[in-house]
Design a protein around this ligand. Sequence first.
Ligand SMILES: [Zn+2]
Ligand SMILES: [Zn+2]
Length: 381
Amino acid sequence: MFLSNQDVIELTAWRRKLHAMPEVSGEEIATAAEVQGFLADTGPDRVISGLGGTGIAVVYDSGAPGPTVMFRAELDALPIEETGTPEHRSQIPGKGHMCGHDGHMTMLAALGRQFSRERPKRGRAILLFQPAEETGAGAAAVIADGKFADLTPDYSFSLHNMPGLPLGHAWLKDGIANCASRGLKIVLSGRTAHASMPETGISPVPAVARLMPALTALSKGSIAAEDLVLATVTHAAIGEPAFGIAPGHAEVWVTLRAMTDGEMEALVTAAETLVSEIAAEARLEHALEYHDIFVHSENDPEAAALLRAAMEAEGVPHEPGETMRGSEDFGRFGSVSKSAMFFLGAGEDMPNLHNPNYDFPDDLIPIGTRIFARVARDILG
Ligand SMILES: [Zn+2]
Ligand SMILES: [Zn+2]
């Protein structure tokens, strides 16, 4: 075991420090500085900051030709008030590390310690701490950043901690790991009227009443059959909270989800067709906006095989598991490299991700680190 007891103690303390100082997507300034400071004494060959916003890439270069292997963690926390009461609970009101990204960062920091003691023999290892995973904006921003051009990896790896799975058991799948998803904001505009004369206005009420079940009814298929399509209405608002006004304005928010980007395109077309038909029949103007766009995330067979071999070698129990309904912006790195991600069990009795009392289990730190370190050694020597 390359991590000493002292390492584990220090890394655990650092994970808890990160947990107490959550920052939300795109605002991870103190977190990025903390990462940079913690890894300074590992003697990286290059540190690139401000990547895609607040991102940090830490490069350990062998100096010899060879592939570039990137490991990705996320800097961001969530706008969720922590209700758990560990000693290291969030010190920032309304914000919390409820997705375990504090643990993912710590595993990469542990890898940095490993590379500082034993440089790769060929090629380069890159630790990428990316911003804004939760909004789906961060990975795309990193890839679009000019500073990323000479960091572009041959292989990219990531993991996500997964409550509900036994602690330390892994799910690793060939093919689709996470669904594509996007938020669709539908704005309907008519004309307000006095509530005593609603017929003189154009109310969005009947259209909203039709639209919500019609959108929901676009859902079909299942994860098991690899054809799940899901439309979930998440929010609706009509007019103003007043008794005197017949409304002239409404919003419906719906999250669209599909197992592939192709099926997402078909779902988007179906949703847009529904909206324009229903709005036109009700004589309403409509506008559409998309938010939080995630592509599907697909494991490359060679990259997945490398992870699987590392799990075997490290004695980590693993099975294919199933595609996650949730989305993950790591999928973007599949367009520039051979990429694969896996899910590491956080324990069967843990609260779900994004629950207000989630706290990453520290016992996973050495397990995830060992898998990544083994992959790095297998590729880079
Ligand atoms: Zn999350
Ligand atoms: Zn997450």
